[in-house]
Design a protein around this ligand. Structure first.
Ligand code: PMP
Length: 506
């Protein structure tokens, strides 16, 4: 199924409308009963933003009511800003019913452009919010150990950069980025500075790639599970997402998908993946490039965690192996320095860098100059590499702390996860019929946050998986957060009747 400019839904599609129960003799009148039930279904999430509703005629036939009843019900929902009709295309759900204050002359939700309606998922915003709430022990956001941030070096370099010339430091940088930073990044990747585009974080890079390369209805092959911000960026561009389990590394399966869906591009995180933490071995990288070259398929390689190995360096990136011909590579300082700096980069063929810069210009003329100049100095002076060594060691300790705490506090057989060799995450599977989304509600009430697994699947799978970030909080808080989580899991598990196929925590 290739979806047009509506957000893709899981394969079951919208609800079965024939099951709506209307009572002719009762009040309110039929069309109000119908609009109320549809509004409830939107509120419960059974109908999601972007779902197409049946035509008024089909709905009337399915329910055995007059067409006027269906027309009036849709009018009512449209006035409440919950659905919107498009001439020639049909009627679509446009918002969850959280809705707006009463009394406005119209519902703003009902005025949203089709493109904006593809951007209604608040998950990333909630993750960022939980990370800054001191009352919450958050294992949700992917944040490095900020206690290691090189504050002194940063302060000293900022001072020097400002003294050298405030004009350059606070003036507009070229849209492509400050030449000094482009040179520093290019030299680390052994490429030309013209192949580097500076962006306000990797997320901007992904959004630019999506805006630059995708038309509504284009298919994109994406890691399953995969980074939720990428799912959102490609979905916002109207793409049809096709999941491929890169962890299995089955290239025959991938080739089948290429033949069946003719995708416009393939997106993957090859190194210490978000959320699973896995890293592709070198042969898989080579074989994938051979396959994508045969199909002339562009690859977007998102590698924010490359520099965060606990031990040996990971294999070369797809970008390096391919010589930057058909791979667009996305990097960021969010995971090695701090996400609040909002600084990342895209490396690619010069022609595509040029086009990406023009698209960037539409809403971001220039990435903050001062931060670029300071980080360029950190990179060239060797201070960044010294910082990385410290950061990796601290992450490795926190990783061990979290694994030990999980072993100590989570009942045996209730949760399964594997140690990783780098990155920021543990990917865990709950057993005994536990649902990560249900557990999330009780965890939030107990002041612990994580990300439920379903957010990493384009098709809503992953109900019993969850992602824990081990790097963001110091050891004592890891211990306390995992203790709370463990006792909640124990409580939930107590309620579950059996324990099927449970495996011990690795
Ligand atoms: N890509 C991946 C795989 C990520 O995990 C993240 C952040 N969690 C990003 C991109 C976005 O990073 P940034 O903060 O630089 O926008």
């Amino acid at each position: 199924m290739v979806l047009g400019d509506t957000p893709p839904r899981d394969e079951n599609g919208p609800m079965d409308f024939a099951t709506l129960a209307l009572d002719r003799g009762a009040s309110p009148v039929l069309y109000r009963q119908l609009s109320d039930q549809l509004a409830d279904a939107i509120g419960r999430g059974e109908l999601a933003a972007g779902d197409r509703l049946p035509s008024e005629r089909d709905l009337a036939m399915a329910l055995g009511v007059s067409r006027t009843t269906a027309v009036n019900a849709y009018r009512e929902l449209e006035a409440r800003g919950l659905i919107r009709g498009y001439v020639g295309r049909g009627t679509f759900v446009c918002a969850a019913s959280s809705s707006e204050p009463a009394g406005a002359p119209f519902a703003w939700r009902g005025k949203l452009a089709v493109g904006a309606q593809r951007t209604l998922d608040p998950t990333l915003r909630s993750i960022v919010r939980a990370a800054s709430d001191p009352a919450v022990i958050s294992f949700a956001a992917g944040i490095p150990a900020l206690e290691c941030f090189p504050t002194e070096a940063f302060r000293e370099i900022t001072d020097r950069v400002l003294r050298r010339g405030a004009r350059t430091a606070v003036g507009l940088a070229p849209t492509e980025g400050q030449p000094a930073l482009r040179r520093a990044i290019a030299s680390r990747a052994s490429i030309r500075p013209e192949q580097v585009l500076i962006v306000a974080g990797a997320q901007q890079g992904l959004d630019l790639v999506a805006r630059c390369l995708l038309d509504p209805g284009d298919a994109v092959v994406i890691d399953r599970p995969g980074y939720l911000g990428a799912i959102q960026a490609f979905r916002a561009a109207g793409a049809h997402l096709v999941g491929w389990d890169a962890g299995q590394g089955d290239l025959d399966e991938l080739e089948d998908l290429l033949l069946r869906y003719r995708p416009k591009l393939l997106y993957t995180t090859t190194t210490f993946q978000n959320p699973t933490g896995r890293t592709w071995p070198l042969p898989l990288r080579r074989d994938l490039l051979e396959l994508t070259a045969r199909y002339r398929l562009p690859v977007v390689e998102d590698e924010p965690y490359r520099d965060l190995s606990f031990g040996a360096a990971p294999p070369p990136s797809l970008f390096a192996l391919d010589g930057g011909r058909s791979v667009i590579h996305v990097g960021t300082f969010s995971k090695t320095l701090a996400g609040g700096l909002r600084l990342g980069w895209v490396t690619a063929n010069e022609a595509i860098v040029d086009q990406l810069a023009l698209v960037k210009l539409r809403d971001d003329v220039s990435t903050a100059s001062l931060t670029q100049l300071v980080i360029a100095d950190l990179l060239t002076s060797g201070r960044f590499d010294r910082h990385l060594a410290e950061l990796r060691a601290e992450h490795s300790r926190r990783h061990q702390t979290m694994l030990a705490a999980l072993r100590r506090h989570v009942p045996t057989g209730a949760l399964n996860c594997r140690p990783v060799n780098g990155g920021l995450y543990l990917w865990c599977r709950l057993h005994a019929g536990l649902d990560a989304r249900d557990l999330f509600q009780t965890a939030a009430a107990a002041g612990v946050a994580y990300v439920a697994g379903d957010h990493f699947y384009p098709d809503g799978a992953g109900a019993n998986e969850l992602r824990l970030c081990f790097s963001s909080v110091p050891a004592p808080r890891i211990e306390e957060g995992v203790r709370r989580l463990g006792s909640l899991i124990g409580g939930h598990r107590h309620q579950a009747t059996h324990l099927n196929g449970a495996q011990p925590l690795v």
